[in-house]
Design a binder for this molecule. Structure first.
Ligand code: SF4
Ligand code: FES
Length: 317
């Protein structure tokens, strides 16, 4: 099995593992950010470049460094490879440039965006972005459109990561949406606004890293940090039935899939669980969702170690 060293941590991984996957096996503190790669969606990755790293030694056999930063989600580990991510000033500088590009056409209005608090681009900008923009041109804007009766698309916020297209392609039969045009006129389209009407379309909302695809049944009902996430499950014939219920008081404001430490859905859920089961009586409650104390969602809800979240202690109000 090839051995790779990332930011000083050495790990042996199965043949064919990418640098990003190897870094995730070491842990979130080493893993590069990823805005388009999604381990549960085949052929994802390679679009956004946020996951770039520096390969300072190609392999044991050929120790030459790679000449420029590489996309870690698309680069396979070689035996003896040495990689720098957070320990490389060059990578951090390059990533800052990538964030600047992602923000070139993304509105800087987090306070009025429904995704605020759980937006990966917001986190990325705080961690790697500059405090102001050098972009002087008018940003492209689009009208909001409905994708089916439960999903709102605000193309103005889309970073063209293609994750929702992969969901449509791989989870739903008869895909009716994709990216049309290319370059700065590329956009997500439902091919003349055909409604996406099938049992797994709601997963597009969960995989969208920004506020481009939002849940119309929850949109602007509450800031996410005012809601309380609770793990729950039910018998479901279409999906695992394992979800997170987001409460405000006794009311379930929304239902989502559960996400892992890398912000990825653990198991995709069906639209019936997501949109039609909003009564506590529909669910078997398991207990408070463990939220990383790093997340704003944990504000006012949990008392936990800020470095290692560990077990959380829920407060009741
Ligand atoms: S709508 Fe969201 S998930 Fe789809 S391509 Fe745009 S940013 Fe990605
Ligand atoms: S996560 Fe690797 S290119 Fe987007």
């Amino acid at each position: 099995m090839p051995k790779v060293t990332i930011d000083g941590h050495t790990i042996e991984v199965p043949e064919g593992t990418t640098i990003l996957q190897a870094a995730r096996m070491i842990g979130p503190e080493v893993a590069p950010p990823a805005m388009c790669y999604y381990s549960k969606l085949a052929t994802s990755g390679g679009y956004c470049r946020t996951c770039i790293v520096k390969v300072t030694q190609g392999s044991e056999k050929d120790p030459r460094p790679m000449p420029k930063p590489v996309a870690s989600c698309r680069t396979t580990v070689m035996d003896g490879m040495v990689v720098e991510n957070k320990t490389s000033a060059e990578v951090l500088e390059a990533r800052k440039g990538v964030v600047e590009f992602l923000l070139a056409n993304h509105p800087l209005d987090c306070p009025v965006c429904d995704q605020a608090g759980e937006c990966h681009l917001q986190d990325l900008s705080y961690e790697h972005g500059a405090s102001d923009t050098r972009y002087e041109f008018e940003r492209r804007t689009f009208d909001k459109i409905d994708i089916g009766d439960k999903i709102k698309l605000h193309m103005t916020r889309c970073i063209l990561c293609y994750r929702c297209v992969k969901v449509a392609d791989q989870l739903t039969p008869g895909r009716v949406h994709g990216v049309i045009n290319r370059g700065d006129v590329a956009e997500i389209s439902t091919y003349i606004e055909n409604a996406i009407d099938n049992e797994f379309s709601g997963n597009m909302i969960d995989v969208c890293p920004v506020g481009a695809l939002t849940d119309k049944t929850f949109r602007f009902k509450s800031r996410v940090w005012f809601t309380k996430p609770v793990d729950a499950h039910r018998e479901c014939s279409s999906c695992s039935g394992k979800v997170v219920l987001w409460y405000q008081g006794a009311e379930v404001l929304r239902v989502t899939a559960r996400k892992d430490a890398f912000g990825e859905v653990e198991e995709f859920i069906c639209n019936t669980c997501r949109f039609d089961k909003k009564q506590t009586a529909d669910w078997v409650i398991e207990g408070p969702r463990k939220i990383n104390a790093h997340s704003v969602i944990s504000a006012n809800h949990y008392e936990a170690d800020t470095v290692n979240p560990g077990p959380v202690t829920p407060r009741l109000n």
